[in-house]
Design a protein around this ligand. Sequence first.
Ligand SMILES: [Zn+2]
Length: 353
Amino acid sequence: MILLTFDDSINTESWAVMKEILDAGLKNPNGCNIRTTWFTSWDATSCPSVFEYVSRGQELADHTVSHKGYAPIDEISRARRLCVQCTSLDESEIFGFRPPLFQHAPWTLDALSVLNFSYLSTNTDSYTNFGSAEKLGNKFWPYTLDYGMQGECTAHCDYSARNPGLWSISMNSLDEYRSGANLGMPLQLMDPDLSVTELQNLYWNNLLLHYNGNRSPFGIWLHPSWFKGKPERITWLIQFLTAALSLPDVWVVSGQDVISYMKHPIASGTTNVPFVCPQTSSSPPPMNLPRPSAATPPLPPPPMQQPLPEPQTTEAPLSQPNEPSIPPLVSHSSHGEALSIAILWVLYQLLMF
Ligand SMILES: [Zn+2]
C-alpha cells in the first residue's frame, strides 16, 4: 500500500496541484481511481476547494483549525466541524488526525479517543531504524495504542499512556539507500528538496525496500507548497505512481483504507479489497458554504406542507360502525307504497264507472 498524503490548507492553488495528480487517471488493480488523504488546517482553506476534493471521493482529515502544535481538544473538534460544514460528510467520516509540526502530547491522543477518531498519523517512529541496515524496508505497520506508543517519539510522549482502539499510522522515514552496501540512514521525512532524478532514485529504492521487505505501508508525505514553481515534480510524481502501480499488489490508498485493511486483511493477489472505490460526485456544492470563521447559520425551516386532498374512491367503506349511514332519498319501500296507492286508485275509478 502506498499512502499519498497532503498537509495543510486546501485552496485554489493547492487544490490545483492535487487535481492534476487525480486527473492523471491512475487506477488501482481493481480498476478504481487511486485515493489520497489530505490533513487539512483552516488558516487558508476555502470551502469550494475542499468540496471539489471531497467530491472526487478522496479522504479529508483533521490537522487543527489554526495549525497549532500540541493542540487542545477544541482545535481538533472545531476543525472536524469545519470539514463537515464544507461538505456533505458526517463527523464520523473524518477518520484521521495529523498533529501540526508533529507536536502531540498525551492530551492530544486522549482528545482523539474522546472524539472517536480512528487514527493518528505522525512521525512517531521515523528514525527508529537509524543505523540498522537489517531493518531497512521493515518499517512499522500500523498498530493500535492499546499498549501505548511504540518506537521513538520526538514529541511529548508518555509511554505508559494507553488509548485502546486508536490506531497509529507511522510516518515511516525514507532511508538513504546505497546499492550493494545496503547501508541506510534516515533522510528528511517530508518534501525532500531534491532534483527529479534524485527523487526518483530515493523514492524508487525505498519503495522496493518496502516491497521486498515487510510491505508496511509506504508513505509519500508532501505539502502542496513543495510543488510551487516546480511543475516537474508533479510530472515526476505521476510517473512514479504509474510505475509503482505496474507492480503486482501495489495500491495507492488513503489512511482510512489502510485502517480498513488492518481490520480486514486480505491475501496478496486478490482484488476483493476493503478499500473505498472513489467516485466523482455529481451533486452540486452546498448553496451557502460557510466561511471557516463564521458561526454555522441555522438551517432554514422546512417548507410548509399543503394538506393532501382526501383520495376519491368509488368504493364504499367496508363498515363504519360508529358512523350512521346516510339514508337514500327514495327507499325501496316507498316505491312499493306508491305502486299500491296507484293500483287502488285505478280500481276505484273502474268501480265508479
Ligand atoms: Zn502542517
